[in-house]
Each structure stands twice: as C-alpha cells, then as structure tokens.
Design a protein around this ligand. Structure first.
Ligand code: SF4
Length: 377
C-alpha cells in the first residue's frame, strides 16, 4: 500500500510504533479513527513529540472562496496542523475538529494526506481543469518536519508540472532545498514562484515564537540556494511583532540580510490576531514578555484582530523606506519566478498609503470569519 512506501527508509519497522491512546491525553482512539479516511496513527523516535495521523484524502485541490482577494484560485494542503508551531499562526483555527485544539494539538497532531499526489493527478486530468494558479503554503507549511518523512511534495510538484499548472510555494521550511532540482525541472514547463517567510531576525526570539522552524540564517541560506538555482524568491516579513521586531534597527538588519541573500522583493504585514489565536498568543506574551501586555491590549483591544490603524500607518512609514533602500519593492518579475502576485502599491489603505496586496495576516477573505474552519482543505 502507498503509505508503506512512505516510511523512513532505514529501520522503519523499528521506528514506527503503534498508537497508544493512553499516551495522548484527551484524544480517544475511537475519535482518532473517526478522522475521514483514517488509515493509522504513528509516532516515531526521530519526530519526538509529533503524532502523525495518516489519512486517505478524497480531494487535493481546495477552491478559494469566491470574492477572496487572494491572487490564486486554488490551494493544496498536504498536511493539517503544523509542527513549525509559530505562536502567532493564523491557521490554528483550521485544527478545530474532532477533539484537536488550536494550541498544542495544532503543533503536534499532524494529519497527513498520504495519497494527495495521486488524488491531485486525477483532479488535474479532468477536462474541466482550467490550469489556474495553485498555491501551496497558504494554510499550513508543506515543508514542515513531516515532509522529511512522507515526501509528498515531489509527487505534487510533478503532477502540477505534468498538467501544465502554474503554482507557488510559500514556506519556512529549508527542506525546500531538497526539491530544488524538481522545481527547476517544473519551471521549464510551468510558471513556478517561490517565497520564504522570515519575520524575526533575533535568534532567541525566533526560537521562542517559532520553536519548530529552521533558523532565520538557514532560511536565508535557502533563499540563496533558490536564487542560485535560477529562481527569484520573494520574502514575506510577516508578522511584524509590535515592540519586538518593529524597531528601525531590527527591520533594517533583517531587510539587509534578506537583500544579501538574493531575495527579489519583500512583502510585510503587522501581527494579526484572530480570535482562535489571540488567547494562545497572549499566553505566550504573558510568559515571555509580560512587560508588553498593556501595550498589546491597547493595540489589539477587545475582539480586534488587527493592530490599530495608527500602528499600521506608523509601521508603513518605518518599513517602506527600508524596503526601497534595499531594492526589495514587490514587482512583477521574469525568469523562473513569473510572479502571480500583484505588485505592492496597487491598492491603497484608507490613509491613502500603498498597501501590500498579498498579506495573509491582513486579508480575512481566505478564511472568512465564522466560516467552517476546514474549508481550505
Ligand atoms: S510555518 Fe506557517 S503554517 Fe506553520 S505554524 Fe508557522 S505560520 Fe503556521
């Protein structure tokens, strides 16, 4: 069976262990088995702390809701949950099903669509498929740790390229480097766009707020590798964290490093705290930076998910000159990265300032408030 081929290659039989319900407080075996298409649940010593729930997906392509301002119509998410465990992750709400919670379970209970490439191949072969741009990495990270074990991305890349479907990948995962040869090959057939998310330059803060991610240095090196392979990768400096990563010195150093790594452009956005993320984020803040609680309560009062407009205007005034200084303004490009994203500046804020067009933290339409969480899957 397919999933038997996806075990780690060395000593798989010894590494895989049967799921023990007693080792997973709050989640009964019957509830796990109720996952649609559930095959089995495994944990392995080399992925300590992670539990993989392997499922057979019925579909791979997810339609972006009509009216969304996203510059793509379809997404693919091979995984649900994300071991990168970013405290601020806006996708946490997508884990609210069964008894999974949006905190620790999102970070550690990973649903793996082991047949995603085969299902995708069937969907792309339909005569009705219009070859619209498909985005990966819009909800959970396709190059999170699980990808090292399951190797789903090479199959997805090949299916997209074979069907002449343009696609984009946004990730924090350095495992992207493994697939650069396949991506180069794909880019000879279709438009391929790569983007890396890098928001925190300070190593200690980065490991605290993104504990499961590769270091910023490793991500910068991955940008350089993608550039060397012929791509023009963009960087999402999102989220900018008020009073933590928004000082001119921090932004300047980060943008300089991003420029030096060879990125083509930067898009940025202030921290966005949707209702299902806010308590998790504030718990972290209280633990790590209690002195900032009063300021954050003022910036994100009540149920507000966006930082105050005054803050966002101030941030724009601070970061945009730096983006210009380092020649990182978003633009339509050429080469392997024929950018599917509109350029920064083609929309305006109420304050009359140019606004980033693709901002997963500022744009609510990809997961409309109140919409059922799993719609992107
Ligand atoms: S890498 Fe992206 S999807 Fe994964 S936890 Fe971080 S923000 Fe969420």
């Amino acid at each position: 069976m397919r999933w038997n081929e996806q075990r780690v290659t060395q000593g798989a039989a010894q590494l895989d262990q049967a799921f023990e319900p007693s080792a997973l407080p709050g989640l009964e075996l019957a509830e796990v088995a109720a996952l649609p298409g559930h095959l089995r649940t495994v944990r392995t010593p080399e992925f300590a702390g992670a539990v993989f729930h392997e499922v057979l997906a019925k579909s791979a392509l997810n339609k972006v809701p009509q009216g969304s301002s996203m510059p793509f119509s379809w997404t693919i998410n091979p995984y649900r949950g994300c071991s990168h465990a970013c405290v601020y992750c806006f996708a946490r709400g997508s884990h609210r099903y069964l008894d999974f919670d949006t905190g620790k379970d999102f970070d550690s209970q990973i649903v793996v669509k082991v047949n995603v490439a085969e299902v995708l191949g069937r969907e792309l072969a339909k005569p009705s498929w219009q070859r619209e741009t498909v985005a990966l990495g819009t909800n959970t990270d396709p190059y999170q740790r699980a990808e090292g074990r399951y190797k789903l991305m090479p199959g997805i890349i090949e299916q997209l390229a074979r069907s002449r479907t343009p696609f984009s990948i946004l990730t924090k995962g350095t495992l992207l480097r493994r697939d650069l040869p396949a991506l180069v090959d794909a880019a000879d057939r279709v438009r391929v766009h790569l983007a890396m998310s890098i928001a925190v330059g300070d190593p200690e803060l980065q490991q605290s707020i993104e504990p499961g991610t590769p270091t910023t240095k490793a991500r910068l090196d991955t940008i350089a590798a993608a550039r060397d392979a012929g791509f023009e990768p963009d960087v999402f400096v999102m989220p900018v964290l008020p009073h933590l990563t928004d000082s001119p010195a921090h932004l300047n150093a980060l943008l300089r490093d991003i420029r030096d790594a060879g990125a083509r452009s930067v898009q940025y956005g202030a921290l966005h705290l949707r209702s299902h993320v806010k308590p998790w984020f504030f718990a972290w803040l209280e633990r790590e930076h209690p002195e900032l609680l009063p300021q954050y309560r003022k910036l994100y009062p009540g149920a507000s998910s966006k930082a105050t407009q005054a803050y966002r205007i101030d941030l724009a005034a601070r970061i945009r000159p730096l983006i210009r200084r380092y020649g990182l303004e978003p633009q339509r490009g050429s080469g392997r990265s024929r950018d599917p994203y509109p350029p920064m500046g083609s929309a305006t804020t109420t304050a009359g300032q140019a606004a980033p067009m693709l901002n997963l933290f500022e744009t609510p339409s990809i997961e409309a408030p109140g919409a059922p969480a799993p719609t992107l899957f």
